[in-house]
Design a protein around this ligand. Structure first.
Ligand code: URP
Ligand code: ZN
Ligand code: ZN
Length: 467
């Protein structure tokens, strides 16, 4: 029941200090030097960082999409997340057409129940609002403790919402105190560019990137920002990839708008040339928005450092190369969009960010955990190391080197976009509410031990979130 973490260097979003942590009944109950163990099990963290567990605000587990279903479900996805230092995920619950929103949430509870190795919550996706769902939405969010709604401005044939639905969603979210997450790409323009490419016989994976130029992301980002501002809503722009979108976010934040931005590991580290590889290899790198020319990476790193972007999501949306990606072998527009990143999000950001001197360890904790907790109403239960917080803790070895490979990863896909990359730093042990899920690189958790976390709408709405 009781554990004491000793000898480590505690890293939070604001501090770095040596202290012991006493855990009882899943909570942090004391932090201090030379605490008395008093019968507690000792967790030796000598030479390691002791950090809040990662919060991944952007996952798609067991999700129907692009005429198929993502390959990682709640079992493989949450085990892989835990190996990667993530202790809470926020997954997108998809609503479909005329169906009641409550039905969608029930479906997502069914998927997760008994299967999650770590804690979790949902964002609720809206593609259309009927007079019925307009009434249902705020009541459901309140009842389920969901503080975030997702709207797509792209994927015209599947999820894309009209500007009217987007605007109405902003208004409802403002009234109830929810955050609206938006996929910002102009889906109608993309569809036109895709049709032109197909008619010209351009079928290779690189055309996925060439038919979704950065300008369509910049334009949609600006539109979302302005509509959210008119409605007075908080906007969270998911997976920001390029200077065009960043410029809009930075300008809006400078005017005091409630706009938050997320980027993802591949946009910081991989570039568009990956899609231009010979044969069908580029399909491994097809997701949306697409990878950009390399110069965008520097803009993203600078924005993270300047705190103009707040979070790193994995956008976990995995499809095996020798399986579902082959749906697009003759037509890039049929390649399922998405990649496997839930496991390496933490390591890639540490290795490329902290170990390479681009960001501080405190900034890292902020981006990988604390800011998401604040924006989505989980803080201070999660996202920090403080008395009273859940004991969601990562014991992280900053010197350990490892090679990323599909042969050793725990995700249910046959490739890894970072195959062969050597990264510095590894989560050695991971605790969720004081219980080991990963102990010395072994999974010792239990599927079904992860809890659904209800979040507080009013808390998320209370003031301009200080991130
Ligand atoms: O390509 C991606 N990102 N797939 C997941 C759906 C989304 O747009 O987030
Ligand atoms: Zn998206
Ligand atoms: Zn996504």
């Amino acid at each position: 029941m009781k554990k004491m973490i000793t000898g480590g260097l505690i890293a939070t979003a604001s501090d770095l200090y040596e202290a012991d942590i006493l855990i009882e009944n899943g909570k942090i109950v004391q932090i201090g030097k030379n605490l008395s163990a008093d019968g507690a099990e000792i967790v030796d963290a000598t030479g390691k960082y002791v950090m809040p567990g990662g919060i991944d605000p952007h996952t798609h587990l067991d999700m129907p999409f692009n005429n198929t279903v993502t390959d990682d479900d709640w079992k493989s996805g949450t085990i892989a997340a835990a190996f990667g230092g993530t202790t809470t995920i926020l997954d997108f619950c998809l609503s479909a057409g005329e169906e009641k929103l409550a039905t969608a949430v029930e479906k997502w509870h069914e998927k997760a129940k008994g299967n999650s190795a770590i804690d979790y919550g949902f964002h609720l996706m809206i593609s259309d609002l009927t007079p019925e769902t307009e009434v249902e939405l705020p009541l459901l969010l309140e009842r389920e403790g969901i503080t975030s709604v997702k709207v797509f401005m792209a994927y015209a044939k599947e999820f894309q919402a009209s500007d009217r639905t987007l605007f109405k969603t902003f208004k409802i979210a403002k009234d109830i105190g929810a955050v609206v997450m938006v996929h910002c790409e102009n889906g109608s323009v993309i569809d036109e560019l895709v049709e032109e490419a197909r008619k010209a016989g351009q079928t290779a994976p690189i055309y996925h990137a060439l038919t979704r130029p950065a300008e369509v992301e910049g334009e949609a980002t600006k539109r979302a920002i302005e509509l959210a501002h008119i409605a007075g809503a908080k906007l969270y722009v998911v997976h920001v990839t390029c200077k065009e979108a960043l410029d809009e976010i930075i300008a809006a934040r400078e005017k005091g708008y409630d706009v938050y931005g997320e980027t993802c590991p591949p946009y910081l580290t991989l570039d568009q040339s990956a899609l231009a590889q010979p044969g069908f290899e580029g399909a491994k790198y097809v997701w949306s928005p697409p990878l950009r020319p390399k110069y965008h990476q520097e803009h993203l790193w600078n924005a993270l450092k300047a705190k103009q972007l707040q979070t790193i999501g994995s956008d976990q949306c995995s499809f095996s190369y020798n399986g579902k990606k082959q749906l697009g072998i003759n037509d890039f527009s049929k390649i399922p969009n998405g990649g496997p990143f839930i496991e390496d999000r933490f390591s890639i950001l540490y290795s490329e960010g902290v170990a390479k001197g681009r960001i501080s360890i405190q900034d890292f904790v902020d981006m990988i955990s604390t800011n998401a907790a604040k924006i989505f109403g989980l803080y201070p239960q999660k996202g920090t190391i403080a008395i009273g917080s859940d004991a969601d803790i990562v014991i992280f070895d900053p010197d350990k080197k490892r090679k990323i490979s599909a042969e050793t990863h725990h995700m249910n896909v046959d490739y890894n976009p970072y195959e062969g990359w050597e990264v510095t730093g590894e989560p050695i042990s991971v605790l969720v509410r004081g219980e080991y899920v990963i102990k010395n690189r072994q999974f010792v958790g239990a599927l079904g031990s992860g809890r659904y976390i209800k979040r507080a709408l009013r808390q998320a709405a209370a003031e301009r979130i200080n991130v």
